[in-house]
Ligand binder design. Structure first.
Ligand code: NDP
Length: 314
């Protein structure tokens, strides 16, 4: 019997995973991460979110690691993890669909000054303004990363009427999206956009990419949507840019430290909307189905999509 160990929340959440797997794969032996009766040599697969360092390395017969999320930085940050073991990212239509909805909401919130109206409402102020917002067709949105999620989001934004461009590591072509790639074209890409939407994976190359200098090169009124990972943005630069008006607004779903500490100045940054890493998560049923299909394919010796590439770093 194939054994899957799950680390994705506490005992209650594990119970829900177990039920989800029991419905579609009753033959799968699904075990809790800290099950004291489980011999680690019996574990074939691990489904994880933020596993403690060293734990995966202590599973001698592990055939693959499956991430509960689209990002795998929560696994690759563990220096003891063996790159020889396949690491599979979570990917599903639901992730793309939820993300597109979130990003459309975030970008339109920026263009329609949602944070400002929220603040005015909190103070019971009828604060009409003299200037008119830009129409969607006048707003240039740059999507950083055109992968399984980013490409879909970019095309949805284009369909909404925004002027959309994308930036990647390698050349791409995408209907309705002007594509740029590599560090050579980064400045040109940034300078033509009002709003950046960050959908890059966290790697040594992308960490700290979004700085005050980048924000200051955007067209005005400018904005940032970060739905990728917190460390891609230099937090002190982001705060400075929001405080001095270089950035007109931000919608942030991910942070250096999560949960975002109560003391973080980002909670009170001007014209900023904050959500607690909820931009996109597929339902448990959809993710369990993906895990079962991936395990079945691996057991048949087939290659599976969304496999982490240690050379690329994502
Ligand atoms: P993919 O791995 O499919 O795509 C990554 C994209 O980033 C590719 O287009 C790749 O370029 C580009 N890229 C990678 N490194 C660089 C670089 N150094 N310079 C320029 N471009 C680069 O990822 P997904 O689309 O599936 O997801 C992206 C990220 O979004 C995830 O890693 C995760 O962090 C985040 N995410 C967050 C969620 C949330 O709820 N907040 C939910 C889902 C995802 P190329 O195509 O040339 O290889």
């Amino acid at each position: 019997m194939v054994c899957l160990v799950v680390k994705a929340g506490g005992a209650k959440v594990f119970g829900r995973w177990k039920e989800a797997f029991a419905r579609i794969a009753p033959d799968l032996d699904v075990r809790e991460w800290d099950d004291p009766t489980l011999d680690s040599a019996r574990i074939d697969y691990a489904l994880v979110w933020q596993p403690e360092r060293g734990r995966l390395a202590a599973m001698p017969n592990l055939k693959a690691i499956l991430s509960v999320a689209a990002g795998v930085d929560h696994v690759t940050c563990d220096p003891t993890w063996s790159r020889a073991i396949p690491l599979i990212r979570m990917g599903d239509d639901e992730i793309r669909l939820h993300m597109a909805d979130y990003v459309i909401w975030a970008v339109t919130s920026l263009t329609r000054d949602a944070a400002r109206w929220q603040q005015a409402q909190a103070q019971a102020q009828w604060a009409r303004r003299a200037e008119f917002p830009l129409l969607s067709a006048q707003v240039h949105v740059g999507v950083m990363g055109l992968g399984s999620v980013g490409a879909y989001v970019a095309q949805k934004l284009a369909g909404w009427g925004f002027v959309v461009s994308g930036w990647t590591r390698t050349p791409h072509t995408l209907d309705g999206v002007a594509c740029y790639c590599g560090s050579d074209q980064f400045s040109t890409f940034v300078a033509q956009n009002h709003i950046l939407v960050c959908l890059l994976p966290e790697t040594p190359q992308t960490r700290g990419l979004l700085t005050y200098d980048v924000f200051s090169r955007l067209r005005q009124p400018s904005g940032l949507v970060n739905v990728a990972r917190g460390p891609l943005v230099v937090e002190a630069d982001l705060l400075r840019a929001l405080e001095d008006g270089t950035l007109r607004g931000a919608v942030l779903d991910v942070f250096d430290r999560e949960p975002l500490p109560e003391t973080s100045p980002l909670w009170h940054a001007p014209r900023t909307l904050i959500t607690p890493h909820i931009a996109s998560e597929a339902s448990r049923a959809a993710r369990a189905a993906k895990v079962v299909a991936t395990i079945a394919a691996l057991e048949r010796g087939e290659d599976v999509p969304l496999r982490y590439d240690p050379e690329r770093g994502y």
